[in-house]
Design a protein around this ligand. Structure first.
Ligand code: ADP
Length: 640
């Protein structure tokens, strides 16, 4: 059934409407609807979608020209005819400007009306057809654009998702060929060493051609693109030899740019007379070339990173020291072969395993996690008696790295030194013991005269002096090289108390008073107990030795600003000012030292070495005949 065109008449004079409908339009097969005011007409316009409208000049609620303009504005293809019953001064120009299709005036003539309606509808139909065509054309262009974008998006995805550069570049060339409907496509890269272009990927070329293809940069079209960095498009009318080593009718080369430099070209060509390339092809190819350039750059970056990573891995795995790397959650990232060998871990995959699941030794786990108080150096015994010192540090963004340093040879060296010192001390002391024994025997074997007794006495004193000297020398040597050193966290009072007890007898013999004053608790210090005891013994021994009968001795210890301060004071003979700077030197004895007070001049040298071993400081304040105060400052353990 053919559609009856719908005509909406907007006129308030019912008679005119009647005339138009009954006498003119309906007999011609038009479906007529009417409305006598703007408001109602607008509603109908939206509900019935008329094919044509006739608008009169007697509307009660609006200006007929304004109303017509409004309708045309909302639907530009709607033909609107104006009918004026009264005389009007509207000009043809106004009619055209408003977009009205015709203008009827009273009295109405049927022919005129039908003619105007016909023309209006015909024009509307033409507009409709044109609109459809135009829409189709626009949609086609849009579809093409959407396809282009989709294709580019796919290539873009391939660039980011695909690590295989060959695959990405082949996709790029294939996409270029298919989009441009070209016969061949190629991606040429510049070989910096030879200055020639080689084909990295090709479409519709024979494999052998691809592998043997070489093109100089000078005097070639593709080479020109490399040099200038600008794309070229050639669409000649007749075939001509372009220096691509084959004849082409049309060709596009676009540059592949990385960090501002051109590293190659992407090209498509037609050897037989296909349709020429256009600007759109060139734009699309440029976008593809950008993707290809990104892919090549990414691949280069990836391979550089990979090379660096494997170099680093080789260094870490081959290094003689053990290296253990943990992530921030405490799981193993890397354990090199030294660690594996030392702790018998074999070749099993340790990645991602928790430290506690890999190692059973608690002291090792504590050392790696840094739970050992500084400056104690954790020494861990590994398989086969090897001893490792572990140093671990946090590395932001990685986790924790522990270096295992094999100190077995140092331990062995210590043992050898210790054996040597013990042997020397034994070999030096035993003849002295023999001398002492035989000298004592002389007196028992028979009577000796006074002269002989004096000689015997001198031999005994000398032997005592040599024994003291040997003991002090060996002690100093032992302390200096750190033999038998055992570093631990110490409560200093546990050193002071027994030292005082041991010297109490000598003090009592000389009728000396001893005052002690130390804080409780004292801060802990880190060090070797035997050495520190020797230090206190030497200090107290000197105080007793260089303080006359009935003198005063005091020992105080306190904590101060992260340090432990130890003071030994006496009311003894004091030390002359000029001797004070040298009393810590070996074998140095002050000028006022009484002849009868024996000594080796090594006691304070030993004290100084021990103080330095414990990162402390020592000094003396003394005035002759009044007494001396020795002060020692050690760093306290708590603040380490
Ligand atoms: P020594 O074996 O002679 O005591 P030291 O190295 O212990 O050797 O002391 C070096 C010198 O420093 C001593 O000979 C003495 O002159 C002086 N000296 C050490 N302590 C005191 C002290 N408390 N009072 C006076 N002089 C001292």
């Amino acid at each position: 059934m053919t559609h009856k065109p719908r005509i909406l008449i907007v006129f308030s004079d019912k008679e005119v409407v009647h005339l138009l409908e009954r006498n003119i339009l309906a007999p011609e097969g038009y479906q007529v609807l009417a409305s006598n005011n703007c408001q109602e007409a607008e509603k109908q316009f939206h509900s019935i979608h008329p094919d044509l409208m006739i608008i009169g000049d007697d509307l009660p609620d609006g200006d007929h020209l304004e109303f017509s303009a409004k309708l045309i504005d909302s639907q530009p293809t709607l033909p609107v005819i104006l009918f004026t019953k009264q005389e009007s001064d509207i000009s043809a120009k106004q009619i055209l400007r408003l977009g009205l299709v015709d203008w009827l005036t009273a009295p109405l003539h049927a022919d005129e009306v039908i003619d105007a309606v016909h023309r209006g509808l015909e024009r509307s139909q033409q507009w409709g057809k044109w609109l459809k065509l135009e829409t189709r054309r626009q949609t086609g262009a849009l579809e093409k654009r959407v396809n282009e974008l989709e294709t580019l998006a796919q290539v873009g995805q391939a660039v980011t998702a695909e690590l295989d550069l060959d695959r990405v570049l082949t996709t790029v060339v294939e996409t270029a060929v298919s989009y441009c409907e070209a016969e061949e496509g190629s991606l040429l890269l510049l070989d910096e060493a030879s200055g020639e272009l080689y084909m990295r990927a090709g479409k519709n070329f024979q494999d052998e051609f691809v592998t043997t293809f070489r093109l100089p940069v000078e005097d070639t079209l593709a080479g020109g693109v490399i040099r200038s960095g600008d794309a070229v498009m050639v669409n000649p009318d007749s075939p001509h030899k372009i220096l691509t080593s084959y004849l082409v009718y049309s060709v596009i080369y676009v540059p592949l740019k990385v960090h501002g430099g051109t590293i190659g070209v992407l090209g498509v060509d037609n050897r037989s007379k296909g349709s020429p390339f256009d600007q759109q092809h060139l734009t699309f190819l440029s976008a593809l070339a950008d993707y290809a350039a990104i892919a090549i750059d990414n691949a280069q970056l990836y391979s550089n990173t990979e090379i660096e990573r494997s170099k680093l891995e080789s260094i870490l795995t081959q290094i003689d020291d053990g290296v253990l790397v943990l992530d921030e959650a405490g799981a193993v990232i890397l354990a090199n072969h030294t660690v594996r060998k030392a702790f018998d871990l074999g070749e099993i995959n340790l990645q991602g395993q928790k430290l506690e699941a890999v190692f059973t030794k608690n002291d090792l786990i504590d050392a790696v996690l840094g739970k050992v108080e500084a400056p104690l150096l954790p020494e861990i015994e590994a398989e086969g008696g090897h001893i490792y010192n572990i140093q671990a540090t946090d590395i932001p963004g990685v986790g924790r790295v522990a270096a295992f340093h094999d100190i077995t040879y140092l331990k062995e060296l210590d043992r050898v030194k210790s054996d040597f010192v013990n042997a020397v001390s034994h070999d030096l002391r035993s003849p002295l013991t023999a001398i002492v024994g035989y000298v004592e025997l002389i007196e028992r074997l028979g009577e000796v005269n006074d002269k002989q007794a004096e000689c015997i006495q001198r031999v005994q004193t000398s032997v005592d002096a040599i024994t003291a000297l040997i003991t002090d020398l060996l002690d100093l040597g032992r302390i200096e090289v750190g033999l038998d050193e055992k570093i631990e966290v110490l409560d200093f009072a546990s050193i002071l108390d027994p030292a005082l007890e041991a010297i109490a007898g000598q003090m009592a013999e000389k009728g000396q008073q001893c005052r002690t004053d130390y804080q409780s608790p004292l801060p802990n210090i880190i060090g070797d107990k035997i050495q520190l005891r020797q230090l206190v013994d030497n200090m107290l021994g000197n105080a007793v030795k260089y303080t006359p009968q009935g003198g005063q001795i005091s020992l105080s210890a306190k904590s101060d600003d992260g340090s432990l301060i130890l003071q030994v004071a006496d009311s003894g003979i004091g030390i002359p000012l000029q001797d004070q700077p040298r009393i810590f030197d070996r074998f140095y004895r002050a000028s006022n030292t009484p002849q009868e007070v024996h000594g080796t001049g090594l006691g304070l040298a030993i004290v100084k070495t021990i103080v330095e071993n414990h990162r402390g400081r020592i000094w003396v304040e003394s005035s002759q005949e009044k007494g001396s105060t020795f002060t020692i400052v050690f760093p306290a353990a708590e603040l380490e």
